[in-house]
Design a binder for this molecule. Sequence first.
Ligand SMILES: [Zn+2]
Length: 475
Amino acid sequence: MLKLYDTLTREKRPFVPLEPGKVRMYVCGPTVYAEPHIGNFRVFVMGDVVRRWLEYRGYDVFYVMNITDIDDKTIRDSGREGVTLKEFTERYTRIFLQGLDRMNIKRATLYPKATEHIDDMIKFIEGLLKKGLAYVASDGVYYDIDKFPGYGKLSRIDLSKVRKTERMLADEYDKESPQDFALWKRSTPEELRRGIYYDSPWGPGRPGWHIECSVMSQKYLGETLDIHMGGEDLIFPHHENEIAQSEGLTGKPFVRYWLHVAFLKIRGEKMSKSLGNIIRISEALRDYSPDALRYFYLSAHYRRQIDYTDEVMEGAEAAVRRLGNTLSIVEDALRQPEEKLSYDDEEQRFLEEIKTLKHRFEASMDDDLDTHGAIDALHAMSKTLNTYAEGRPNKGVLLRGYEVYRRLLSTLGLLERREETGELLERALNLIVEVRERLRAERRYELSDWIREELRSIGVILEDTPKGTRWRIEA
Ligand SMILES: [Zn+2]
C-alpha cells in the first residue's frame, strides 16, 4: 500500500484519498517571469512521477497546476522590458510548456491562470472579510493571522516574533517575518498607468500571490485536496498562508497530504541570483539529454537535497544509457529467428527474477515514492534481461520480461522517446542556421543560399527575421 510523508503531521501515512479511486492533486506552478530553472523542474518532474505512480496504482488523477501570471515579479520585469504584462507572461508560459514537453512531462488536467480568476478571488476575499479573518487597510486587504488559530502549523514557525504593527505587502518574505499578508493590493501609480488593475470593492488593485492558489485549487478540486505539492521553499509563507485562507473560509481541512520537494544545489552551493549560478532548463538540456536530467532528479529521494555537478550528470547519462541498451539488446533478440520454443527451468528462473524485481520496484515506490530504490530495481532487472536475451531465449518469455521493464520505466517517465531524434535534430539545425549566419556575415551568399535551398528540399524552411534566422519543419 502506498504511504506518503505528510509535511503537516511530519509522518508517513497510508495514502487514503477523500473519494475511493480518485485523487485530487495540486502542484504550485510557475511564476511566468523567466524560463524555469532546473530546481523548478525537479518539482515539475516529481509531480509528473507522483501522478504516473498513482495512475499505475489504478487511481483516476485530476491534476491541477496553476500559472501565476500576475504578481510582484511579473509586473516588475515586464515594466523593465517595456512590454505589456500579458505579452510578457504569455511568452514565458509558452517557454514553460515547451520545457514540459522536452522533459517528457505529461500535461496536467488543467493549467489555470491567475488573471482568469480575479472575480473568484474577489469573492473569496469578501468571504474572509465577512468571517472577520481579514481587514481593509490603506494599501489593500490583509489577512489577520492572529484570527486563525492554526496559523504556523505547517511550518511550525515561532509566532512570538510577530510584531503586529507591521504588515507584509510583498508576495515573498522570509521565515523571520510572520506577519499579516496581503490578499488584495491597491494599485500603485505605475500599475494604474500601465493598466494593470482590476476593479474591486476596495478600489482598483490586484490579488496577492497566496490567494491565487487557494482560489484556483478550490474551484477545480473542491474544498479538500488529497495531495498538494511544491518545493520546500514554499512551506513558508506560501503554503502556510494557503492553509490560513482556505481553512479559514471553509472550516474544513484543506489538504490531506502535503508533499515538499527538497532543494537542488549547484556544485555544492544554493542556486541563487546573487551567486549567478542559476541554470535554466534549456541550458541543462544543451549539455545533457532529458532522460539523463530526469534520471538525475529521480536518483535520490525527493525529500533529499541533490547536487548538480558535471560528474553526477555524466554518471546519470551513462546510467540511463545502460538502461536504454537493455531495450536495444532485447529488441534485437526479439527480431532474431526463434531458436527455443521450450519452457524449462531457465525460463522459470528468469520470470521469477523479473517478478521479484518488479515487486521490489513497487515496494520502493509505495514507500513514499522512493525513486532511488525503484531505479536500483530497474538496474537489476536490466542485468537479468541482458543475460537472458544474450543466451538462447524463448521469445515469448523474453517479451514478457521486456514488457514489465518498459512499463516500469514508463512510470518514471524514462526512455519513452528513444525512437525520436527530436532533440538531436533540433541541435543540428540550430548549428546549421548558425553556420549560415556566419557565411552571410562574410557575404558568402552563394553558399548560404545553397544551404537554404538544400534545406528547403528536405522540408526545412528558413525564415530571415529582424531577430535572426528561424527554422521550421514544413507540415
Ligand atoms: Zn501555490
